[in-house]
Design a protein around this ligand. Structure first.
Ligand code: SAH
Length: 217
């Protein structure tokens, strides 16, 4: 009971003092953040680590992204309630859990089977049923359920994989960190009705490298 109260206070402080102050205004994104306990996605469940604005190791050399970056990406993704969203890089499952509150269906692909299994369990324990976790190489997307209204990649790619763009619907948005040497650049790709692409550089960031066919070998 006490732990429950502590986590809610810490989460609220993180949202008010960091996430809102740094400019996240989207009401649905903020509500999603308030509804998902981040500590459940962190091995050991440490509350201080979970509710600080930092990336945290989740094992197998991977990390759960910094909360501000997660919130920023979700705001830029402009998800609507009827959307079907593809995520590449399930990791802990935290971002997928947030997406489950914003979208109709979420398809998420993870390269490391152990992480996918752990994420599945946490999502199930939280009663989340609209997230579908797949093990495999997501660098070519997930053809089975394509096309998607939105695609979000949470590992950094050497370049924007064409197959991901081809699995995006018209009026779709793809967010992807692309490695540019010493840092990654978070890119927003907007696919217009005539198929034309607009690509914006949003901000420098640091993500773990994408593996697989269109990743780093
Ligand atoms: N969104 C995650 C953060 C994931 S870190 C969260 O909320 O916790 C990035 C993840 O991408 C890692 O788990 C890594 O294993 C995964 N990854 C790397 N290359 C991949 C690929 N080609 N296909 C699917 N997942 C990949």
């Amino acid at each position: 009971m006490r732990k429950e109260k502590d986590y809610r206070e810490l989460l609220e402080e993180l949202i008010k003092e960091t996430i809102e102050k740094r400019g996240i205004k989207d009401k649905r994104v903020l509500a999603a953040l308030r509804s998902i306990p981040r500590h459940l996605f962190i091995p050991g469940g440490d509350l201080v680590l979970a509710y600080s604005d930092h990336p945290v190791p989740i094992g197998y050399g991977q990390t759960i992204s910094q909360p501000y970056m997660v919130a920023y990406m979700l705001q830029e993704l402009e998800v609507e309630p009827e959307h079907r969203v593809l995520e590449i890089g399930t990791g802990s499952g935290y971002n997928a859990a947030l997406l489950s509150k914003l979208a109709k269906e979420v398809y998420t692909v993870e390269y490391i089977p152990e992480l996918a299994e752990r994420a599945k369990k946490v999502l199930k324990d939280l009663g989340i049923e609209n997230v579908h976790v797949f093990v495999g190489d997501g660098s070519s997307g997930l053809l089975e359920y394509a096309p998607y209204d939105r695609i979000i990649v949470t590992c950094s790619a050497p370049e924007i994989p064409g197959t991901l763009v081809s699995q995006l619907k018209e009026d779709g948005i793809l967010l992807i960190p692309v490695n540019e040497g010493y840092y990654d650049m978070l890119k927003k790709v907007v696919k217009h009705r005539d198929g034309k692409l607009e690509i914006y550089d949003l901000m420098p960031c640091a993500f773990v490298p994408m593996r697989g066919k269109h990743g780093f070998t």
